[in-house]
Design a protein around this ligand. Sequence first.
Ligand SMILES: Nc1ncnc2c1ncn2[C@@H]1O[C@H](COP(=O)(O)OP(=O)(O)OP(=O)(O)O)[C@@H](O)[C@H]1O
Ligand SMILES: [Mg+2]
Length: 326
Amino acid sequence: MSKTDIVTVTNLSKRYGSITAVDRISFSICSGEIFGFLGPNGAGKTTTINMMTGLARPTAGSIIIDGIDAVRNIKKAQSIMGIVPDESNLYDEMDGFDNLCFCGALYGMPRAARESRARELLEQFDLLKAGNRPFKAYSKGMRRKLTIAAALIHEPKILFLDEPTTGIDVESARQIRNLLLNLRLRGTTIFLTTHYIEEAERICDRVAFIVEGRIVAEGSVSKLLGSTGHGHAIRLTADAALEPFVCELQARVPGCTVRAEPGHAATVVSKERIPLYPILQYLDEQGVSVFEAKELTPTLEDVFVKITGIEAAESRKEARKVGIGR
Ligand SMILES: Nc1ncnc2c1ncn2[C@@H]1O[C@H](COP(=O)(O)OP(=O)(O)OP(=O)(O)O)[C@@H](O)[C@H]1O
Ligand SMILES: [Mg+2]
């Protein structure tokens, strides 16, 4: 992947009257990467993507996309962008094929080119059969897929998607994630917003956490995962409650903290690697058998909760609906 920046956002702000929706954010996106903007409801994700794609005017700050000043010269910047808004911008009465061709015409594509590209996209998105049905007859997942197909009609260099998998069925969400990964393989840069932490962890190269209009952390997923300072953690499951053995276990493995949990389980946490033998030997002496000792690795959700203090239970519950929950 090239390390050249294709997008540079500097001190970008948006105020609506007394509300500061986006507050002096700065970040850059490398060419060919998937960059995720992650944050809770009302954090400023849509406002940011709208400013980058010309759907909202910044109050202050600059946006440079592929060398183009996207605040002053949005039309030129839009010619290399694909835009997938959170609500579809396609026409209900037109069928799928005509919607795609219409978008191609807006980008100045000649008739033959837009028709062959429209057919190619319908096939790629598994929508060939639905191609001659009116858009209003599409399911939510089909609507989202056609909206993404329309954004890709002119083979944009950079694709912007606002919550691409929110509120759709598991299979369509999975197809969309695979499609984004394939687009990246072919060199398309992708900026997406999501409030599904696991989705960001799974497909993004880099993410920024946005809370109340401000970026509170930014970096590669692996860098953020390494930033928790969690050290090491192991979860033990045994054939008896481990509560009575907590103090002795802590004494036998210096520097570790042991917490008994329901279901004959316990978590051992330490800054250092945790030696298993003294733990298993001691429990064995006490007549307790350990069935499982599993290393716990931090997730992006742990990092998010640690940095923002926001519990991500709501995001997790919704993520399960689109097939990415743990
Ligand atoms: N047109 C508007 N007029 C006034 N306030 C607005 C407008 N658009 C957004 N806001 C406010 O700006 C803040 C950020 O909203 P935004 O839609 O960008 O959040 P979001 O991160 O996309 O949230 P969600 O996850 O719900 O989509 C919110 O407080 C919102 O109420
Ligand atoms: Mg939004």
